[in-house]
Design a protein around this ligand. Structure first.
Ligand code: T5A
Length: 227
């Protein structure tokens, strides 16, 4: 008997791009259409991961960049072993709010850590698991800043300063390039989406990308019910 492995779809981008909002809207649609899925977020999603999340995001906590990277990766290791791999083994679709691309953008490019060493640590954590698709939400910093101000509150990483966040933004922009993706097979295929406009305008672009890349899971308008 052939067992079909589930699929891992990741939502990525800088703070305020709208990842959590879009992921929630896609989950709402899946739930309304009785399609099994598991939604997770990083860091967190397990008892250990939630403790690590608190440490990582607590404003004012001092932390070495290497310790920071390893904590994000430790949270990922726990999430994958406890939640993601079992869900994929059940054949489910797993939707993740951030994954290794964030570690690349924030810790490798933003903090300046050596890529090969971080990639090796991530491989240990993920046992080589690669996303089937990453939805990368991009929107100009001014729009993201306005959304973050409207949302309120700033965690330790959000408070890291303009120079750090400019590096992170550039790293995410570089990922949209096919040559970059070819050189980073651990990240899997990436669909870059313009996240400007209303939630529903962005959702239309997100669902078009999901339909184009994963048509068996997200049928086109007119086939079955569309998002
Ligand atoms: N991190 C994470 C690392 O440094 N390394 C890693 O390896 C990993 C995994 C996590 C932090 O950890 C860092 C990155 C992060 O700094 P988090 O709180 O889990 O922190 O995640 P954030 O990305 O910071 O969450 P944000 O809320 O800032 O960003 P989202 O999820 O992109 O944005 P969202 O959807 O919550 O929307 C933000 C606000 O904008 C509004 C929403 O209602 C909300 O108020 N909004 C819109 N407004 C107008 N038009 C739209 N289209 C909108 N979409 C959303």
């Amino acid at each position: 008997m052939t067992v079909t492995r589930g699929r891992l779809v990741v939502f990525e981008g800088p703070e305020g791009a709208g990842k959590t909002t879009q992921l929630r809207l896609v989950c709402d649609w899946l739930a309304a259409h009785q399609r099994p899925f598991t939604g997770v977020r990083e860091p967190g999603g397990t008892a250990l991961g939630n403790e690590i999340r608190r440490m990582l995001l607590e404003p004012g906590r001092e932390m070495n960049a290497r310790a920071e990277a390893l904590l994000f990766i430790a949270s990922r290791a726990e999430l994958i072993a406890e939640v993601v791999k079992p869900a994929l083994a059940r054949g489910e679709l797993v939707l993740a709010d951030r994954f290794f691309l964030s570690t690349y953008a924030y810790q490798v490019v933003g903090r300046g850590l050596p890529f090969e060493e971080v990639r090796a640590a991530n491989k240990l954590a993920t046992a080589g698991l690669v996303p089937d698709l990453t939805i990368l939400l991009t929107v100009p910093a001014a729009i993201r800043d306005a959304r973050i101000v409207a949302r309120g509150g700033a965690d330790r990483i959000e408070s890291a300063g303009d120079a750090f966040h400019a590096l992170v933004e550039r790293a995410f922009n570089d990922c949209a390039d096919l040559a970059w993706q070819g050189a980073h097979p651990e990240c899997g295929p990436i669909a870059s989406i313009d996240a400007g406009g209303s939630e529903n305008e962005v959702l239309d672009r997100v669902t078009s990308a999901l339909t184009a890349k994963l048509p068996d899971l997200f049928p086109a308008k007119g086939d079955v019910a569309h998002v």
